[in-house]
Design a protein around this ligand. Structure first.
Ligand SMILES: [Zn+2]
Length: 157
């Protein structure tokens, strides 16, 4: 039954990861938007007037951040995407390992169970791909200026 356990673990990981990551993302976006509205860096909350004139040059995930935060956030974002990719590979590996292992032991899943097992890697891959796409589109919108992007908040996650 260890194979079935692996499959269940893979499913549980992804089912828990998606809402946790999603709700944190929503919170972070809300806080960043509020700080920008206050005329401050989205990441550290430092007011623009306390920073140099180049402060508006930096955009991360559609929000305006100061120079020191921009570099930090970009590195963190890269690490998060790598983490998500790793999670996708691990959950996919667990799911495939679970199916193959179970089959090798003469245990067969119903057709719907195979679909369920494929969900974790597919869901995580979709979230990661969607995050990159959304980030690019937000950055493009932010180029229009801070006041002309109502979609930043309306778009949700
Ligand atoms: Zn900052």
């Amino acid at each position: 039954m260890q194979w079935a356990f692996m499959a269940v673990a893979a499913l549980t990981c992804s089912v828990l990861a998606v809402p946790v990551v999603g709700s944190y993302g929503l919170f972070a976006a809300w806080r960043a938007k509020r700080r920008n509205a206050d005329g401050a860096c989205a990441a550290c909350g430092t007011k623009w007037r306390e920073l140099g004139p180049d402060a508006f040059e930096y955009r991360v995930q559609g929000h305006q951040v100061c120079a020191s935060c921009a570099g930090r956030l970009r590195r963190r974002l890269a690490a998060e995407l790598i983490g998500l990719a790793a999670l996708t590979i691990v959950s996919g590996g667990l799911a495939i390992g679970g199916v193959l292992g179970a089959s090798a032991h003469g245990y067969h899943f119903a057709a719907w169970a195979y679909g369920l097992l494929l969900m974790p890697p597919v869901a995580l891959g979709t979230v990661g791909w969607g995050a990159v796409r959304r980030m690019r589109s937000l950055n493009r919108k932010a180029l229009d200026g801070p006041e002309s992007s109502p979609a930043l908040g309306a778009g949700g996650a």
